[in-house]
Ligand binder design. Structure first.
Ligand SMILES: Cc1cc2nc3c(=O)[nH]c(=O)nc-3n(C[C@H](O)[C@H](O)[C@H](O)COP(=O)(O)O)c2cc1C
Length: 415
């Protein structure tokens, strides 16, 4: 039964795809699939259950993908936990063929082999393509397991009816490759809704030096900006993070460390070219020392010390005239302790933003340094969205959900 390997859709090209193979007759068809995906420019890594290796030898998959094949839980390539590494790495997981057994094990949260352990450690969409004898497929136990996976957001590619390896005719044959590829594209599109977009995020409080060992800054932890960068990257965007804060880097985020407002401005000038979205989550200082001492100011030599401050030019106002900013959807943040809406709207207008997220810094349970946040998101078109208390990562996704419909079909902001 030849695979109708339709051309691999554009949407899958370049993705990191984990192909997980379990022990069914249809395993041989997946060699063709892995080969086609690899040839289309995907990076493909394969893991197999011990049973699957009885049907197809790992060297076949290694040959077509150019990557070693995982067949057990224990490290072979230096990675201390191969299932976690692959779960982290993958942007899409396909379990095909999925046996009745592996579906049951995934449904009950088992992780006693490399395939189920990878599914459990996954952070990306999972597509499961069952293939088995028709009697097995029709059993309530199998159907309930499939339903449980569907309920949890796993995409199931229904098997076809037709001639089965057992000699019977009925439902259970692995879906055609075109159906599998279609399900993969749908899974990718629902998750990677920012694919092809360039998102620039700023994070942290700017640091303005007084002398080589001291600076003026603020309480911004940078956590909101890091959450935004991580969320945008997980949704397929090309992300640049210009930050004064340092937290563990998220896969796919291009980090540009800076210290001062001027350095942030310079970095943005570089990074904004071709951007679709700019999210200014950094807390840029209002004042900086008028002069920076080149040597450490010593208490013994300086009995009284007066620090003269000068205003920091507004970053957005400084780049607003730049034609590079045209077409960039600009989101700012406002930390306010009263009259949230009015002050945020005024700031949005003054800075030429398309939207602003206002946080209430008088609340002690959210904001600076906290893992949670709450506030309101206001758009220049007058729409208003309450952001109830949630984790910063959840809020980051909510902000991106609200921004996404405002972006034009091709690139940049709707005018
Ligand atoms: C020749 C042969 C063919 C099999 N084909 C299938 C199949 O197509 N689908 C299925 O669910 N199980 C099939 N099985 C049973 C599975 O291989 C068995 O349940 C095994 O434990 C699956 O292990 P795994 O899910 O860890 O890969 C087959 C077994 C044999 C011996």
């Amino acid at each position: 039964m030849p695979l109708d390997l339709a051309p691999v859709p554009e949407e899958l090209r370049g993705l990191r795809i984990a192909v997980l193979v379990s022990g069914g007759i249809a395993a041989y068809k997946i060699v063709d699939l892995a080969s086609a995906l690899t040839q289309a420019g995907c990076e493909v890594r394969v893991a197999m259950t011990p049973s699957a290796t009885r049907f197809v030898g790992p060297p076949s998959f290694q040959g077509v993908t150019g990557n070693p094949v995982l067949t057990g839980l224990w490290p072979v390539d230096g990675s201390p936990e191969p299932h976690v590494a692959l779960g982290d790495w993958a942007q899409l997981i396909v379990v095909a063929p999925a046996t009745a057994n592996v579906i049951g094990r995934i449904a009950t949260g088992r992780s006693d082999d490399i395939v189920t352990a990878i599914v459990l450690a996954a952070r990306c969409p999972v597509v499961v393509a069952p293939a088995m004898n028709d009697a097995m497929w029709s059993k309530r136990a199998v159907q309930e397991n499939v339903e449980a996976l569907r309920d949890r957001g796993v995409s199931i590619v229904e098997p076809e009816s037709g001639h089965l390896a057992s000699g019977h005719v009925g439902a259970g044959r692995l879906a055609a490759a075109s159906q599998l590829l279609k399900a993969m594209v749908e899974a990718v599109q629902s998750r990677y809704d920012l694919a092809g977009r360039r998102v620039v995020v700023t994070a942290g409080g700017t640091r303005e030096p007084i002398d080589p060992v001291r600076f003026i800054s603020n309480y911004s932890s940078g956590k909101m900006g890091f959450a935004l960068a991580a969320a945008a990257a997980d949704r397929g965007a090309h992300v640049t993070l210009v930050t004064t804060a340092s937290h563990p880097a998220h896969r796919g985020v291009d980090v540009h460390p800076v210290e001062t407002a001027q350095e942030m401005l310079d970095a943005l000038g570089e990074q904004l070219k071709g951007a679709d979205v700019l999210v200014m989550a950094a807390a840029v200082g209002d004042f900086r020392p008028a002069r920076t001492a080149t040597k450490k100011i010593r208490r013994e030599e300086t009995p009284r010390f007066t620090l003269e401050l000068e205003p920091i030019p507004d970053i957005l106002a400084s780049i607003r005239s730049d034609k590079e900013l045209a077409g960039v959807f600009r989101v700012g943040f406002a930390a306010e302790d009263s009259e949230l809406d009015a002050k945020a709207v005024e700031k949005m207008k003054r800075k030429g933003l398309h939207a602003i997220v206002a946080n209430d810094i008088s609340r002690r349970d959210i904001g600076f340094g906290s893992d949670d946040n709450a506030g309101v998101m206001l758009f220049a078109d007058g729409s208003r969205h309450e952001l109830e208390k949630m984790t910063k990562r959840e809020m980051a996704d909510r902000i991106l959900d609200l921004v996404l419909p405002k972006l034009s079909g091709e690139k940049g902001a709707e005018s």
